[in-house]
Design a binder for this molecule. Structure first.
Ligand code: KG4
Ligand code: ZN
Length: 349
């Protein structure tokens, strides 16, 4: 029953949390969205600098909230891959320092494994195997979760991630950054059937289409072309209808793939993670389809879907309970397949 303090600095959230197995003792998230908004996306160098400025006070606050002292902490964890290398290094350096100073086991955690563990935070009774639909700014994956550290990617995007598509289309429609929440909000006022947009399918060499892989760059280009065409009419741009039609297309594409994958592999639960799990269109379509096929779909609360350190601590606690620890020589990696997570650990002494 490990208690872990974890740090997450892989992108634009400086986060620290303390978790006992699947129970959150403290959860501090300091978002950098306001810093990056004027640039329309995350500026890596600015992200690293802000992590440096914010991290120490976030650690102090995480310890203060449950009034915990170091003796109650069994391990120090940190996101080490994938992510922005400079940003990851800030968290890694802090976590290694804490592990050395307080003589605690050190654990590197794969960011996507953290997103998978967000589901355990909202349902501690969740049992493997299950299918995880991971939809964030950097990833769109369907992952077969067999157990702690045992993952197989069954489907992914061939180009833009789902969140990236939301962000790019929002930029195109001048809706600001991040684009997902802005499009989601506007969609409530628009007609999702106003424009027929292409779903974007991945062809197979032998003919037909890949059942689980997705592609969103064609959809983004279709929205661009449609917007240019509409602008020529000199009418105000029907932004609500465009947002609603785009969201509907993405939600249906993700739903179709997740349901097909769960049914093909005989998995009765789909756990959704990543920032796009917050999307109301996806929630609506996936829930309806899951009910129709007698599947369970789990949407963790929003605060667990977007980047946070509680999910990292939860994953690390499970590894620590199994005696997995990382060497202090562990480095940051911008890319790493989720199937390789066990490379981060050595058996405990
Ligand atoms: O998981 P996350 O916080 O960070 C990454 O690891 O990428 O996801 C951020 C992404 C952004 O692309 C953002 O636009 C998207 O999640 N997002 C949404 C919504 N809220 C956040 N996309 C669609 N609808 C939303 N309501
Ligand atoms: Zn993330």
């Amino acid at each position: 029953m490990a208690t872990v303090l974890a740090i997450e600095t892989s992108c634009d959230e400086t986060a620290v949390a303390i978790v006992n197995n699947r129970q959150i003792l403290s959860n501090i998230v300091s978002s950098q969205i306001a810093t990056h908004r004027p640039y329309g996306g995350v500026v890596p160098e600015m992200a690293s600098r802000q992590h440096v400025e914010t991290l120490n006070s976030a650690i102090a606050q995480a310890l203060q909230d449950p009034n915990i002292n170091w003796s109650a902490i069994d391990g120090i964890a940190v996101t080490c891959a994938p992510g922005l290398v400079g940003a990851l290094l800030v968290g890694l350096t802090a976590a290694k320092t804490l592990a050395i100073v307080h003589q605690k086991p050190f654990l590197g955690v794969h960011h996507l494994e953290g997103h998978i563990y967000a589901s355990y935070l909202s349902d501690p009774e969740l049992r493997t195997p299950f299918l995880c639909l991971l939809v964030s700014g950097g990833h769109t994956s369907l992952i077969y979760v067999k157990g702690c550290g045992d993952y197989t990617t069954l489907g992914q995007t061939r180009d833009d991630a789902a969140g990236e598509a939301f962000d790019k289309v929002a930029r195109l429609l001048n809706l600001g950054y991040p684009g997902g929440p802005a499009i989601d909000k506007l969609s409530h006022h628009g007609n999702p059937r106003a424009f027929a947009l292409p779903e974007g399918q991945v062809s197979l060499p032998e003919g037909g289409f890949h059942r689980y892989d997705s592609s969103f760059s064609g959809l983004k280009t279709a929205v661009l072309r449609l917007t240019q065409k509409l602008q020529q009419t000199n009418q105000p741009l029907p932004v609500d209808d465009l947002a609603a039609s785009f969201q509907e297309t993405v939600a249906k594409a993700l739903t179709k793939r997740a349901i097909a994958c769960a049914l093909d592999y005989g998995l009765s639960t789909i756990a959704v993670g990543g920032g796009v799990a917050a999307n109301s269109g996806l929630r609506h379509h996936l829930q309806a389809a899951a009910t129709e096929h007698n599947l369970r779909v789990l949407f963790p609360p929003l605060k667990f879907c977007t980047d946070n350190a509680a999910m990292i601590a939860c994953a690390a606690a499970d590894h620590l309970n199994r005696g997995h620890i990382s060497p202090l020589t562990l480095g940051a990696q911008s890319r790493m397949a989720i199937s390789d997570v066990m490379q981060l650990y050595v058996p405990a002494q």
